[in-house]
Design a protein around this ligand. Structure first.
Ligand code: AMP
Ligand code: ZN
Length: 113
């Protein structure tokens, strides 16, 4: 865990949040500034900066499983959703702990998170 990292703290319950899914490798919680009716962040419990930080396949698989569980629980499996991983400056990444945005519950075709 990186001591100055907010998502390390949330993923490991040092700071509590509005969790929607959790297992040994990942936690998922609601974004504090939702851009859609469903806006959940999926984060690994270990610290990785972004998608190009040698993230183990096991962790990516756990994140993908979390997306599956969240889509079903949020009722957006059929209506559709978007998964976004902002990575680095040109993507506007603000929190430098790997996270996938899961956005759904409205039509997303004309906007982008
Ligand atoms: P980005 O790094 O640009 O992919 O986005 C970071 C996202 O994290 C933004 O959508 C923020 O609203 C969200 N965020 C930042 N801090 C928190 C927090 N403490 N709890 C929940 N969401 C957060
Ligand atoms: Zn972290």
């Amino acid at each position: 865990m990186k001591d100055d990292c907010i998502f390390c703290k949330i993923a490991n319950h040092v700071i509590e949040s509005d969790y929607v899914y959790e297992d040994d490798l990942v936690a998922a919680f609601r974004d504090m500034s939702p851009a859609a009716p469903t806006h959940v962040l999926v984060v690994p419990k270990e610290h990785y900066a972004h998608m190009a930080d040698n993230v183990p396949g096991e962790t990516i698989a756990a994140m993908a499983h979390a997306v599956d569980e969240i889509a079903k629980a949020e009722g957006i499996q059929e209506s559709g959703f978007r998964v976004v991983a902002n990575s680095g400056p040109d993507a506007g990444q603000v929190v430098h702990h790997l996270h996938w945005h899961v956005l759904g519950g409205k039509r997303l075709v004309d906007d982008f998170a």
